[in-house]
Design a protein around this ligand. Structure first.
Ligand SMILES: NC(=O)c1ccc[n+]([C@@H]2O[C@H](COP(=O)([O-])OP(=O)(O)OC[C@H]3O[C@@H](n4cnc5c(N)ncnc54)[C@H](OP(=O)(O)O)[C@@H]3O)[C@@H](O)[C@H]2O)c1
Ligand SMILES: *[C@@H]1O[C@H](CO)[C@@H](O)[C@H](O)[C@H]1NC(C)=O
Ligand SMILES: *[C@@H]1O[C@H](CO)[C@@H](O)[C@H](O)[C@H]1NC(C)=O
Length: 283
């Protein structure tokens, strides 16, 4: 075969490959959500951690709007009480329940006790959203207490909580969902050693659990959502833009990806564009 013909074949194959990838990404962001799959039984409940502010708060709102009863987790009872009253007012037919635990310090014994208070509810969705705010400082300038608190909040608490709830989520053949909120900070931000590291733990932990439950034949979707910057959260109130969506847009986008079949996905399309360029410039 002539060189030009060989090159044409290679060109054709790579163009087709890129076209298929491009069409698949479009489908990923255009397909309908499967969240209603998890609305089975008489009254389905969702548990959202870090529900008193930001994205967790809007997750709770979106889930209530979809007909789920919601357990609102946080560390501040006053703040959670206010959110609960607001949601109850907006969704009079939905039930809300408050769960207080400081993710940076709660022991696994305390987590087991808290989970025991949820024995009577039909839990079908767990959203591990609680996370320590990003800390950008050299490792040497971070106190030992801060290191423990960040790792506890981002990695230990969600893992222990999920373990404590797992038998509840796997006991029936009806489908259930575990969504883990990660961060693109796991590879892009220098000086965010512990934050990035704990988020990286997080994403790996999530996709490994997804494989484990699948190979055991459990009907549980485990989906890790990666995200970039989001506004309308406790530490950022700037105007939303294509690259920095509001917490509401972010929660909707994350729920929209439910059922996409991937273990880890960039939840919001603007962040996916950023991730593409970030990865491309990193090599
Ligand atoms: N916003 C972003 O730009 C961005 C980017 C990447 C990833 N994320 C991730 O998205 C998730 C939500 O973040 P967000 O931006 O919505 O933050 P946020 O507005 O600060 O909300 C965080 C929520 O978690 C709770 N929380 C924080 N530390 C806690 C602790 N130790 N124990 C119990 N509850 C605690 C907060 O409670 P209080 O109301 O009491 O503070 C609040 O309900 C996090 O996992 C974060 O890492 C956010
Ligand atoms: C809890 O939330 C209330 C109301 O938002 C706030 O006034 C209070 O300072 C918070 N408590 C703590 C310990 O952060
Ligand atoms: C991953 O980290 C995020 C943000 O800190 C947290 O909300 C989530 O629960 C964690 N998930 C797992 C599985 O560790």
């Amino acid at each position: 075969m002539m060189l030009s013909q060989t090159l044409a074949v290679i060109g054709f194959i790579s163009t087709s490959f890129l076209t298929i990838r491009f069409l698949r990404s479009i489908y990923l962001y255009a397909r309908p959500s499967s969240i209603k799959r998890y609305l089975h039984g008489a009254d389905a409940w969702a548990l959202v951690t870090g529900a008193s502010d930001g994205i967790g708060r809007t997750f709770s709102h979106e889930l209530a709007q979809n007909g789920f009863n919601v357990v609102l987790h946080g560390r501040n009872l006053t703040k959670l009480g206010t959110i609960k009253a607001q949601l109850q007012n907006q969704f009079p037919n939905v039930e809300f329940h408050v769960l207080v635990a400081d993710a940076s310090s709660t022991s696994h014994q305390q987590i087991d006790e808290l989970v025991a208070t949820l024995n009577d509810i039909h839990l079908t969705v767990l959203i591990n959203n609680v996370g320590a705010a990003i800390k950008v400082a050299p490792l040497e300038d971070t106190t030992s207490e801060e290191i423990d608190a960040i790792i506890n909040t981002n990695a230990r608490f969600p893992t222990q909580l999920t373990k404590a709830l797992l038998s509840k989520l796997t006991q029936t053949s009806s489908p259930n969902l575990i969504m883990n909120i990660g961060s693109m900070g796991d590879f892009c931000v220098p000086y965010a050693t512990i934050y990035g590291g704990s988020k990286g733990f997080n994403m790996t932990w999530s996709s490994t659990l997804a494989m484990e439950l699948k190979s055991e034949g459990k009907n549980v979707e485990v989906l890790a959502i990666s995200l970039g910057r989001v506004t309308d959260v406790s530490h950022n109130k700037k105007k939303a833009s294509f690259f920095t969506p509001s917490a509401r847009t972010m929660a909707r986008a994350a729920l929209q990806r439910v059922g996409c079949g991937k273990p880890v996905v960039v939840g919001y399309v603007g962040h996916a564009v950023q991730e593409f360029f970030c990865r491309a410039s990193a090599v």
